[in-house]
Design a protein around this ligand. Structure first.
Ligand code: OSB
Ligand code: MG
Length: 370
């Protein structure tokens, strides 16, 4: 497909409620939306980089720079065949995986629209609805947390993840477990501990958690392997897994027993597919993580989570859990069995609400082949 034009949108959307993790609290969410034009069609992708480098070193600012000055010039006017071809072209650009993944998503959307195939079918997904859970941010007190979890359970969520940080961990998790003895429950530290402070989480081993997500630093597979030996509960890596090679090495080192797959974090859906295939072959469970995506990124996550190896519920919640107004016309709703339907239309299967996009756009840049 000959890439004719590329448009970047820097968007900021108010969240229904502030979201707090070990790396900060935010009342709104920023990201870049990328429109890629080819053959009279437009494909959309979402770059999940946030305003500040709390989860990843990438930000909306760095992604804007990398896309405008390095990625776009490699694509404009070029005939890009598919995701593999795209990845080959951007290989000279080191890192900046969230930025690249946003463009790759737009290409998948374009290919699906051109061929009349949904992203689920293009990726080889099997399910038409996927099991989901909800990620609950840090709350004021353990009591508030229990009440917040209770509200989500009333909405039908069958799996809950709570965010933890030093000083707000064992007590919070015990409070939730005491209130809901049979709940599918997991915790996410977003790399807030060291090997030493991480040992304070050992009491969590008695709570029958599904997993403990990313306790230690993102660049530290080795200490995760040491920590995993001390826990019966599976460790799950999120931030640390940025490529197929990292996934293979983490499993070889037994740094984790479960992997959270986010297409953005690994540089695109193609790399997410490769990690999924490795884990399927090795019998390692994976699940689809989330980054408070708009309807565009959520559609992509649902398609990815429809693949066979996604055996645990994903961090893919209903649209109303995140935004009163989204940038897609489609809104995702939770089914009573804690699943969400995978879109069936061509490409991502969603349509961008131009008026909503305009309302949330802080900056916009059109890039054309010269
Ligand atoms: O670590 O999984 C994470 C949100 C932003 C950045 C990182 C994470 C998260 C979440 C929210 O946990 C998941 C969701 O999109 O619901
Ligand atoms: Mg995480």
């Amino acid at each position: 497909m000959k890439i004719e034009r590329l448009t970047l949108f820097h968007v900021r959307m108010p969240l229904v409620a502030p979201f707090e993790t070990s790396f900060g609290r935010s009342a709104d969410r920023e990201c870049l939306l990328i429109a890629v034009y080819a053959e009279g069609l437009v494909g959309y992708g979402e770059c999940a980089a946030d305003a500040s480098p709390g989860y990843s070193y990438e930000t909306t600012g760095t992604a804007w720079h990398i896309l405008k000055d390095f990625v776009a010039p490699l694509l404009l006017g070029q005939d890009v065949r598919d995701a593999q071809d795209f990845q080959r072209r951007v290989r000279p650009i080191k890192g900046h995986l969230l930025a690249k993944a946003g463009v790759e998503m737009a290409l998948w959307d374009l290919i699906g629209k051109r061929d009349g195939l949904s992203l689920r079918v293009l990726l080889g997904g099997q399910r038409e609805r996927v099991a989901v859970g909800v990620s609950v941010g840090l709350q004021e007190t353990p009591d508030h947390l229990v009440r917040t979890v209770e509200r989500y359970l009333a909405q039908g969520y069958g799996r809950v993840k709570i965010k933890i940080k030093p000083g707000r961990d064992v007590e919070d998790a015990f409070a939730v477990r005491r209130a809901f003895p049979d709940l599918l429950l997991q915790v996410d530290a977003n790399s807030a501990y060291t090997l030493e402070t991480g040992r304070r989480l050992l009491p969590l081993d008695d709570l029958n958690l599904l997993l403990i997500e990313q306790p230690l630093a993102e660049d530290d597979l080795w200490d995760h392997a040491r920590l995993q030996k001390e826990f019966r509960t599976p460790l799950c890596l999120d931030e640390s897994i940025i490529s197929l090679r990292h996934a293979r090495q983490a499993l070889e080192m037994q740094a984790c027993r479960i992997i959270n797959i986010k297409a953005g974090r690994v540089g695109g859906l193609s790399q997410a597919l490769a990690i999924h295939a490795l884990c399927l072959e090795k019998g390692v469970p994976v699940w689809c993580g989330g980054m408070l995506e708009t309807g565009v990124g959520r559609a992509s996550n649902l398609a990815l989570a429809s693949l066979e190896g996604f055996r645990l519920p994903g961090d893919i919640s209903a649209s109303e859990r995140y935004y009163h107004r989204d940038i897609t016309h489609e809104r995702f709703v939770l089914n009573p069995d804690s699943t969400i339907d995978v879109p069936g239309g061509p490409g991502l299967g969603v349509t961008v609400d131009e008026a909503a996009l305009a309302e949330f756009t802080l900056a916009r840049l059109d890039l054309k082949a010269t």
